[in-house]
Design a protein. Structure first.
Lengths: 225, 158
C-alpha cells in the first residue's frame, strides 16, 4: 500500500485538473446587486470575499487594491477594510483565567514566547479555547498584551482610511494596524482594540497590543523569543 | 487566495470545468451571504470548501450525471515530443495509465476521497467537510478506497 500511495502522490503531478479560472468578475457582479442589508456587513463581506477569492490583482480601484494586497499572506489573521466599524462590545481587553506560565504551557500545548525573554507579570488562558495564551506586561494603564495563538483566525475590521500596512519582523510577515479597530475571532464578542502588531513566528500567530508606535512595536516584536 | 482550491475541488465533484467554475462562483456568493454564520476563530477554508462541494454536487445532480471526476493525464504529460519531466522519473507511463484506469473503475465516492487527499492535498478535516463526513470517517473510508484501488490495479486487463 505505501507504493500505491507514493504513486498516487506522483500521479497528482500529471493528472488533468483544469487551470485555475478567474472567478472574480462574475462573483463581483453578483455581489454588487443591491440586495444586501447592513453597510458594514456588505463592505466587510465584499472585502473578505475579495481576500478569499484572490481578486486583488484584478481590482479596478488602485487604493483598494493596495489595501487588499497588504492583508494577504499572514497565517492566522485577516484584516478586512470596512467603511464603518461593526458593532463591538465594550469587553475588557484581558480575558480568561490567571495562571502560572508552566500551567499555561501545559494547557495550550506550546512553549510561550516571551517579550525580551522576560517572564510576564500575568498569564491568562481560556480552558475552553486552549489555542490562545495572553501574556501581560506592566501595570494596567501601561499594559502590553501579547497574545499567542496556534490554529484559528484573528479577524480585524479596520476603517478604509486607517493606517494598516504589511511589515516584516526580522523577515517574518506581519501587519501593523494603527488606531481604533474591531477585533473578532479571539474570544467572546467582537471588541474594540488599539494599535496592534500581528506577525508569524515559530508556527504561532502573535498579536501585540499596547500604547506604542509602530517602531516601538517592531522593536518589541523583534525581542520576542 | 482560495480561488484555485475552490475551483479544483468543484471540478473533482462535477468533472466538467465549466460546471466547476459555476459551482465555485455560486459557492463564493453563498459564502459571502453566510458570513454572519461563520464561527469566529474557526478555520475558513474547510467551511468554504464544504459550500463549494455542496454546490458542485448539486450541479452534477441537476445535470443528471452520476459520475464526477474522470481521471486522465494532462495534455502536457506524456507527450511524445516533450522533454522528460521530473514526474516521469517518479511514475512510468505504464504505471500512470494503469492507475488512472483503475481509478476510473472505482465508484465515485472512492475516487472523490482519493482525489481530495492525493490530488487536491486537502487535510483530513477539509476532506471530511467537503465530503460531508465525520472526520474520523475519512481515514477508514480512504483506507477502504485504497484497498479497492489496489485490487483494481491487480485485476489483469482483458
Amino acid at each position: 500500500m505505501p507504493d500505491l500511495e507514493r504513486d498516487l502522490v506522483a500521479l497528482a503531478l500529471v493528472v488533468d485538473l483544469p487551470a485555475e479560472r478567474d472567478l472574480a468578475p462574475a462573483v463581483r457582479a453578483r455581489l454588487h446587486k443591491p440586495t444586501y442589508a447592513g453597510r458594514w456587513r456588505r463592505a466587510a463581506g465584499i472585502a473578505a470575499l475579495v481576500l478569499v477569492v484572490g481578486l486583488a490583482a484584478t481590482m479596478a480601484v488602485p487604493d483598494a487594491r493596495t489595501a487588499v494586497l497588504r492583508f494577504l499572506g499572514i497565517k492566522g489573521a485577516v484584516v478586512i477594510r470596512v467603511d464603518e466599524l461593526p458593532p463591538a462590545a465594550k469587553a475588557p481587553a484581558e480575558f480568561g483565567e490567571s495562571v502560572g506560565i508552566a500551567e499555561a504551557e501545559r494547557v495550550v500545548g506550546f512553549h510561550p514566547l516571551l517579550v525580551g525573554g522576560r517572564d510576564p507579570d500575568d498569564v491568562r488562558i481560556d480552558r475552553f479555547s486552549p489555542s490562545f495564551i495572553m501574556l501581560l506586561y506592566g501595570e494596567p494603564e501601561i499594559r502590553l498584551r501579547l497574545i499567542e495563538m496556534v490554529g484559528g483566525t484573528i479577524e480585524k475590521y479596520a476603517l478604509t482610511e486607517q493606517r494598516v500596512e504589511r511589515v516584516k519582523v526580522d523577515g517574518r510577515p506581519g501587519i501593523w494596524v494603527e488606531g481604533r479597530h474591531v477585533v473578532a475571532g479571539l474570544f467572546g464578542l467582537p471588541r474594540l482594540a488599539g494599535n496592534v502588531l500581528l506577525w508569524e513566528q515559530d508556527g504561532l500567530t502573535l498579536r501585540l497590543e499596547g500604547r506604542f508606535t509602530k517602531e516601538q512595536a517592531l522593536d518589541l516584536a523583534r525581542s520576542v523569543r | 487566495m482560495h480561488q484555485g482550491i475552490a475551483f479544483r475541488t468543484a471540478y473533482v465533484f462535477t468533472g466538467v470545468a465549466d460546471d466547476a467554475q459555476e459551482a465555485a462562483q455560486d459557492a463564493f456568493v453563498k459564502a459571502y451571504r453566510a458570513l454572519g454564520r461563520f464561527r469566529a476563530g474557526a478555520p475558513f477554508r474547510p467551511w468554504l470548501l464544504k459550500i463549494v462541494a455542496n454546490e458542485a454536487r448539486n450541479r452534477r445532480r441537476a445535470a443528471g450525471r452520476r459520475e464526477g471526476l474522470a481521471v486522465r493525464a494532462a495534455a502536457s504529460a506524456g507527450a511524445e515530443d516533450a522533454a522528460p519531466s521530473p514526474e516521469s522519473a517518479l511514475l512510468s507511463a505504464e504505471r500512470r495509465q494503469e492507475l488512472m484506469a483503475a481509478l476510473n473503475r472505482l465508484r465515485s465516492e472512492d475516487r472523490e476521497v482519493i482525489a481530495c487527499r492525493y490530488f487536491l492535498d486537502l487535510s483530513e478535516e477539509e476532506t471530511a467537510t467537503a465530503l460531508g463526513w465525520k472526520r474520523g470517517t475519512v481515514k477508514s473510508r480512504l483506507s477502504r478506497a485504497l484497498e479497492r484501488l489496489q485490487a483494481e490495479v491487480e485485476v489483469p486487463v482483458a
